[in-house]
Design a protein. Structure first.
Length: 134
């Protein structure tokens, strides 16, 4: 959660979709390093990159949701939206060991890389669609 401390500063200079893309790029850099280099420092970079990516994308996504909804619906959507990260954390906690054993560290990082790429593509598609509607 500590990278979320810089979100107010980032919000002054960047739109939420830009923060999501920045966080995803940081995560991609970390996991790419871990895929090509098996040293301990690369593994640490992977975890730090994914941590930063999670904090920035989660925080900026929450800001986007709050900005896009009416105050009465925003609370409901925020509560429902919290279900998915919590569910992901619970599933991850249960399956982390077996997943690493089955896929290996590079496999897990490849899955993370694919997930971050999907996030970037999703943000870009949504941004292009909203730009075309205006």
């Amino acid at each position: 959660f500590s990278p979320m401390v810089i979100l107010p500063w980032l919000a002054r200079y960047f739109a939420p979709h830009q923060v999501i893309i920045l966080g995803s790029i940081i995560g991609i850099a970390g996991v790419t390093w871990a895929i090509v280099d098996q040293r301990h420092i690369a593994m640490l970079a992977s975890m730090v990159g994914i941590g930063l990516a999670w904090a920035l994308t989660y925080g900026a996504g929450s800001v986007s949701l709050a900005m896009a909804t009416q105050s009465t619906k925003g609370k409901l959507l925020r509560g429902v939206g919290e279900l998915f990260p919590a569910l992901g954390l619970a599933i991850g906690a249960l399956f982390a060991g077996p997943a690493i054993q089955h896929f290996g560290w590079s496999g897990i990082n490849s899955i993370a890389l694919l997930s971050l790429a999907i996030i970037i593509l999703g943000v870009l598609v949504i941004k292009m669609k909203t730009r075309n509607q205006n």
